[in-house]
Ligand binder design. Structure first.
Ligand SMILES: CC(C)(COP(=O)(O)OP(=O)(O)OC[C@H]1O[C@@H](n2cnc3c(N)ncnc32)[C@H](O)[C@@H]1OP(=O)(O)O)[C@@H](O)C(=O)NCCC(=O)NCCSC(=O)C[C@H](O)C(=O)O
Ligand SMILES: [Mg+2]
Length: 283
């Protein structure tokens, strides 16, 4: 169930805020998480469901992937949220604090064919990441680094060392099953430098993109998770050099002093495909 669309920037929007719901129609994000969970107060839970349904029915979100995060089934709102999402024109439904595949079965029993995404944010979820990623209806995973830090009682560190075991484990699980996986939010939404460093770390680890809480974070994130001009140019040269050696009956090319074999060409082709998918979003 691999998805060729880019997921560089995945913006949370509180389902209770009409102004933010409207603003997102013109933001250059790849995907939106319409939130009914943590961004919405208990008093607004029921009205947010209606506000969100009206915004989605009105449309205007273009090619952006539309994902709704519902409340958990251990709350009074979870089942009602899931029933409401089943009637909305969305691309996926996101369940918080997924502990195992049985939680996804419970959701799918209500939402039917709507693709599922899972919040990965509890110690139990980390341990069951492989089984969660392997659920037949799962399309994507989202790291919930705030909840994970809370559950693990970690200290904040800029290098996220205390979270690394969970982050790396979830990347492995997602990749093993061909799922999308996006990194957690960076809470200090006015700190571009810190955001850039965390985006680069997530990109280096293999995340497809990052979740965001504010429009000010979009540009830094889109740049960090897109192939750079240098990467695209190198990919083109690697493909050309490899085709040349293959034509002469050999299997290894050398570009910039480094070997290029079939597997490197596969990566180079993915880089070009990603750049093209991003250009298609912009166009
Ligand atoms: C963080 C905020 C509360 C800040 O809000 P505000 O003070 O209104 O910001 P600004 O005045 O700077 O806003 C400027 C304009 O941008 C719009 N806006 C703000 N945020 C968003 C957004 N997320 N999406 C779309 N548009 C947004 C404002 O409406 C202003 O528009 P305009 O007036 O037309 O100029 C606020 O940003 C916010 O609520 N962010 C979302 C917080 C959220 O979603 N939290 C839950 C997700 S994080 C999480 O749960 C992670 C996970 O589960 C874990 O465990 O880690
Ligand atoms: Mg959370």
């Amino acid at each position: 169930m691999s998805d060729e669309r880019p997921y560089r920037s995945v913006l949370y929007i509180p389902g209770s805020k009409p102004r933010a719901l409207d603003k997102a129609r013109n933001l250059p994000v790849d995907a939106i998480i319409f939130d009914l969970e943590d961004a919405v107060s208990a008093e607004e839970k029921d009205s947010a469901r209606d506000t969100l349904a009206a915004a989605i029915a009105e449309g205007g979100y273009g090619a952006r992937v539309k994902i709704v995060r519902i409340n958990g089934f251990d709350t009074e709102w979870g089942a009602k949220d899931a029933q409401a999402v089943a009637a909305m024109d969305v691309d996926a439904v996101l369940l918080p604090k997924v502990a195992g595949p049985e939680d996804l079965d419970q959701l799918a029993a209500i939402t039917g064919d709507v693709p599922l995404w899972a919040m990965m944010e509890t110690p139990r979820g980390m341990l069951n990441a492989d089984a969660i990623a392997g659920h037949p209806k799962l399309a994507g995973m989202v790291m919930g680094t705030n909840d994970l830090a809370k559950e693990l009682q970690t200290r904040f560190r800029a290098d996220r060392l205390p979270l690394m075991a969970g982050l790396g484990h979830c990347v492995l699980a997602a990749k093993a099953h061909g799922r999308i996986i996006v990194d957690g939010v960076y809470n200090a939404f006015k700190d571009d430098e810190g955001l850039r460093a965390e985006c680069d770390q997530g990109r280096d680890m293999g995340f497809d993109g990052k979740t965001l809480i504010h429009p000010a974070q979009v540009d830094v994130t889109n740049t960090a998770f897109a192939p750079s001009d240098e990467e695209i140019e190198l990919a083109r040269r690697q493909i050309a050099a490899f085709e040349e050696v293959v034509a002469s009956g050999q299997g290894v090319a050398v570009v910039d002093g480094k070997i290029v074999e079939n597997l490197h060409v596969e990566t180079a082709k993915k880089t070009i495909a990603k750049a093209q998918a991003i250009a298609a979003m912009a166009g």
